[in-house]
Design a protein around this ligand. Structure first.
Ligand code: NDP
Length: 328
């Protein structure tokens, strides 16, 4: 038996989460069983802790899209008992049981060996949000962004993706402009390395002019919606926006003018189905380019029992930084 946070759905459609002792025989199919040490809370976890937003297929369900821990049993030649591993994405925690449990079973090909220099706790402080922030920064650099060319905008900056993106960019020498709707997070964001705080309200208005002054040399966008549309018109000639999230909406009420007249690029970032090699590269880079002292400043510690409240809070944009859940 192992402890897990189990979400059940009543006939009325209401969901209820509770900590239960679960028989190991109920774990899903997979060739590697992991003794989970830490998990985390991403925006998607907020959805899966509640009615699921269409992500969860069957109930009872154990959410948790990320976990880190130690291999307990393995039929996969790439992993042996005692190996430290990280899992993010592959729809674990959505369509199959995830990391809000003392044990998880998955396909070995989904696991990434914990990079040297990272603990399982730090890996979950990074989690899908931080991994995605790293993918976004790498994509912007692959499209020509280099330090010294101007400020890089991070939207939803006090959230998980935004916090990690801010810390990585600042560490790499970029000038970071952090957009937040929570003025009380300004000191926190400056501590992560933001040079400038931009009020969410300054970018809240919908596009009135398709082009505004050329301001940003790059953008990691966790917000989408009208804010992304507005940002596109403020990008420097040839600059790129990495579109990561939709915390502010999935619609993009924009014009194509910034693409046509300024050669602006909109880069899509997906963390869920990212191929293994690129995952391993991103995790290696995280261990190198994300200062661990800054990561520590982002951490909100939690236990399994805190998760229902934290899930509701992240959907309201009220979680600051990164939650680390000690599942043991
Ligand atoms: P968080 O909730 O931690 O961060 C989102 C931040 O967005 C909030 O903290 C808030 O920042 C800002 N925000 C919230 N609501 C609004 C709004 N209505 N208008 C403008 N800003 C808003 O979530 P995560 O960082 O975990 O995820 C961010 C987004 O990225 C989500 O949409 C998530 O689904 C997506 N995502 C996508 C991935 C991918 O593979 N593409 C992977 C991971 C996440 P502040 O208070 O500072 O303004």
């Amino acid at each position: 038996m192992f402890r897990a946070l189990v979400v059940e759905k009543a006939e009325s459609g209401e969901t209820q989460a509770s900590i239960q002792d679960v028989d190991e025989a109920r774990l899903p199919d997979g060739d590697v069983t992991v003794a989970v040490e830490y998990s985390t809370v991403n925006y998607k976890d907020g959805l899966c802790l509640g009615p699921g937003g269409g992500l969860v297929r069957t109930y009872p369900h154990v959410p948790g899209i990320d976990f880190a821990g130690t291999v307990e049993a393995s039929d996969n030649p790439d992993f042996k008992p005692g190996d430290k591993v990280v899992l993010t994405g592959w729809r674990v925690g959505e369509v199959q049981w995830g990391g809000y449990a003392e044990k998880a079973r998955v396909k070995g090909e989904w696991l990434v060996p914990l990079p040297d220099g990272l603990t399982t706790r730090q890996a979950m402080a990074v989690g899908t949000a931080g991994f995605t922030a790293m993918l976004a920064v790498s994509a912007l650099e692959a499209h020509g962004m280099v330090p010294g060319v101007g400020p890089v905008l991070v939207t939803g900056a006090a959230g998980g993706v935004g916090s990690v993106a801010t810390a990585i960019l600042a560490h790499l020498g970029y000038e970071v402009a952090a957009v937040t709707g929570r003025p009380d997070t300004a000191e926190y964001l400056r501590g992560l390395g933001a040079n400038r705080i931009v009020a969410r309200a300054d970018l809240a208005e919908t596009v009135r002019r398709p082009l505004e002054s050329e301001t940003w040399a790059g953008c990691v966008d966790a917000v989408g919606g009208p804010m992304l549309a507005r940002v596109l018109g403020q990008m420097q000639y040839g600059a790129s926006v990495a579109s990561v999230g939709l915390a502010g909406g999935a619609n993009l009420p924009a014009t194509v003018i910034p693409f046509l007249l300024r050669g602006v690029n909109l880069l899509g970032i997906d963390s869920v189905m990212q191929p293994t090699e690129s995952r391993q590269r991103a995790w290696q880079r995280i261990a190198r380019d994300l200062p661990m002292a800054k990561l520590e400043e982002m951490i909100v510690p939690a236990t399994l029992g805190d998760l229902p409240d934290l899930g509701a809070n992240i959907l309201k944009g009220q979680v600051r930084g990164r939650v680390v859940v000690d599942v043991r």
